[in-house]
Structures are given as C-alpha cells and as structure tokens.
Design a protein around this ligand. Structure first.
Ligand code: SAM
Ligand code: SF4
Ligand code: FES
Length: 347
C-alpha cells in the first residue's frame, strides 16, 4: 500500500470512526514503518477525547485456580507444575483498601475461572464499596448469568471478559469445552444489566490473520465496548502452544491505534503483556491511543504464582513500587494520573 492510500484510510477512520473489513485488514497488514501517520492520528484522537489523563486500575490477582484449559495460558487446569493459591475474603478486602490508600480509584478483582463462592464475591464487592467507594471491575471469566446480576446489584461497576478472538473456529480450538457464542452472549448480557464492559484480544495467536483482527475490531464496535484491550501472545512452556512464536509489538500497536480510531470513546489499556515483551511497550501504547494502565497490587508472595505467561513484569515488586513506577512513566510522557474513577466515556 502506498503512503497516499494509507493517509486516505487513516483520515477516514479519524473523521468517521468507520472502515470496512478490507480497509482495516490492509492497514493491519502494512509494514509498521509505513504507519507513523496511523500512530500519530491515534495519539491525536486520544488527546482530543481523553486529554492527557491516564486512568489507573489496580489489579488484585486473588486466585490462580482455574477449571479451564485455554491453550495459551499458564493457569490452565492441566498445568500441574503450578502451586495454586486462593486469597481469603478478608485478604482481598484488605488489599483493596490498601490500593485505595495508594490513591487508586478502581480495583480489578481477577482470577482464573475459579469456583469462588458467588455469595462471598457479593460480600467482597459490598465491603469494598462501603469502605473505599472505589469503582469495582470483575474479571473472573464466565460465570452463570444469575451471578453476574447479583454482583451488579451488589455494586460491581464493570466486567472485563476478553473475547480473545472473533474467529469462532480459532476460539473453539484454543478453548476446549467453551463456546464462542456463550462468550459473546455473556458480554451482551453484562452490558444489558448495566455493567461497563471491557473485552479485547490476544494478538498473534497462532493461526490468527489480519483479516481476523479486522473482524475483532468490527465485533468490538458492534458490542459497543467501554474498554478494549490487546496484549501480545506470549508462549508458556507448560501449555500446548509452548513452541509457538511470541506476538509482536508492531501488531499490538497497530491494533491499539485502530482501536482508538474505530472506538474513539473506549478506554484502552497499555497492557502488562506488551510491557513484558518490550520494556518500553506500555509507553509505546500510551503514545498510540491508550489511556489506561493496570498496575498490580497483589501481595508479592503470590505474584510469581500468577504467571499466565513467562517473564511477566512486576513479579518482585510491591504495590507501592508499581504505583511509583507507573507514576514516573506517565509523567515522563507529559501525561498525568487521573483523580477520578474513569467511568465509561460512552455515558
Ligand atoms: N480467567 C479469566 C479469563 O480468562 O477471562 C481472567 C484471567 S485471564 C489470566 C486474563 C487474560 O490473560 C485472558 O483474557 C487472556 O487474554 C490473557 N492471557 C492468558 N494467557 C496469555 C498468554 N500466554 N499470552 C498473552 N495473554 C494471555
Ligand atoms: Fe483460566 Fe482465564 Fe487462563 Fe483461560 S485465560 S486458563 S480461563 S485463567
Ligand atoms: Fe510494576 Fe513498573 S509497574 S515495577
């Protein structure tokens, strides 16, 4: 594709937040060296919509038990080399309160698809809300619809459930026993009952093509996502995809930039996975459309056991270290940490 054609497509995306599948595919397939203009326009759109404000979401990885066997993930049930842990209700609440003291306005409760009792999660949500007032995001995988409803009523604000890939065949290949349809129905239901929904993809899963990633963006528009994330695939040696190639920074940045142009009002995280494959990865994403970072606040004794992929950053740090580190990164880019909860920009 020549520079003239790239400029035409990027300008169209910038002006109308609209491109068709072929147009998105051709941008995703183009060499990153040709795409300065794409990254620059995504940054400009981010500035128009979010100004220089960056939202922090403190993540508590409270259990690494998982009943699923996703082909790419180190927490998968069949990985017997992992020592499993599960934080008690009181520990989770205490960690959230510590995050609030560090100034965080949102806490993300994340785990494998553990069967953590629904009623206990309800109590945790209520207690965190009552004592800190923080926004609460749940990232617990798929649960029954009645549980989603209960937790929403208890005060949970957001639900993060990546659709991982919009290609049903690839989805079902890498998620044995799971259904793509249920994933999408869950997201629609969560939105319907009032959650702000976050989803997104793994970039460069084996077998994924630019056409499929274009479908991912079109699906994300259709779902009216409040947040869209993309992290590169990182092979884990105790999984069936151990021998596959690591995803690229370039494709992740192209996807991030197109996410900003095609879903201008979405929150977009600079992901930990991108920061893992490139020390400057999160900075690069923040300059290509991203406006969110999700620092870890999990107690350091558990961090190395939540290795969804190898080399994950921040394993030896404490919550306060990460808060300080992220503050420095954001300031170095001339941006600032938001003082509000960073709710959906769609409302
Ligand atoms: N169990 C919940 C779920 O699957 O939705 C939440 C936790 S799961 C560890 C969070 C995300 O980690 C997944 O949505 C997936 O995209 C990402 N992930 C897992 N393994 C990965 C890998 N090897 N490389 C990159 N991302 C990975
Ligand atoms: Fe479990 Fe989530 Fe990992 Fe899949 S991605 S194995 S559901 S923790
Ligand atoms: Fe954890 Fe930088 S964010 S050390």
């Amino acid at each position: 594709m020549n520079q003239f054609e790239i400029k035409r497509l990027v300008d169209k995306a910038y002006d109308k937040a609209e491109l068709n599948k072929e147009e998105i595919t051709s941008l995703l397939a183009a060499d990153i060296n040709q795409l300065d203009y794409l990254l620059q326009k995504a940054d400009q759109k981010r500035k128009e919509i979010c100004e220089d404000e960056v939202h922090l979401r403190a993540i508590i990885e409270f259990s690494n038990y998982c009943r699923r066997n996703c082909y790419y993930c180190g927490l998968r049930k069949d990985n017997q080399h992992l020592q499993r842990y599960q934080l008690k209700k009181e520990e989770i609440i205490k960690t959230a309160q510590m995050a609030a003291e560090l100034g965080y306005q949102t806490v993300v409760l994340q785990s494998g698809e553990d069967e953590y009792p629904t009623a206990q999660i309800t109590e945790i949500i209520k207690e965190i809300k009552n004592t800190t007032g923080m926004a609460i995001t749940l990232s617990l995988g798929e649960r029954d619809f009645a549980a989603y409803k209960l937790w929403r009523e208890a005060g949970a604000d957001r639900y993060l459930l990546k659709h991982e890939t919009a290609d049903q065949r690839l989805y079902e290949k890498y998620h044995p026993g799971m259904s793509f349809e249920n994933r999408i129905e869950s997201l629609k239901y969560l939105k319907k009952i009032g959650y702000q929904i976050g989803s997104g993809v793994i970039i460069d899963l084996p077998g994924q093509t630019p056409e499929i990633l274009a479908e991912d963006l079109l699906l994300s528009q259709k779902l009216e996502l409040d947040m869209i994330g993309s992290g590169p695939f990182i092979p884990h040696e105790k999984t069936p995809l151990a021998e596959s190639k690591t995803g690229t920074v370039e494709m992740t940045l192209k996807f991030t930039a197109l996410s900003r142009l095609l879903l201008p009002l979405a929150h977009i995280p600079a992901t930990t996975a991108l920061g893992t494959i490139d020390v400057e990865g999160r900075q690069k994403a923040l300059m290509a459309g991203a406006n969110v970072v999700m620092p870890n606040v999990t107690d350091s004794q558990y961090r190395e056991k939540y290795q969804i992929y190898p080399g994950k950053i921040c394993i030896n740090e404490e919550a306060g270290d990460c808060r300080q580190c992220i503050g420095g990164i954001i300031a170095s880019l001339g941006r600032f940490v938001s003082q509000n909860k960073g709710h959906s920009l769609r409302k």
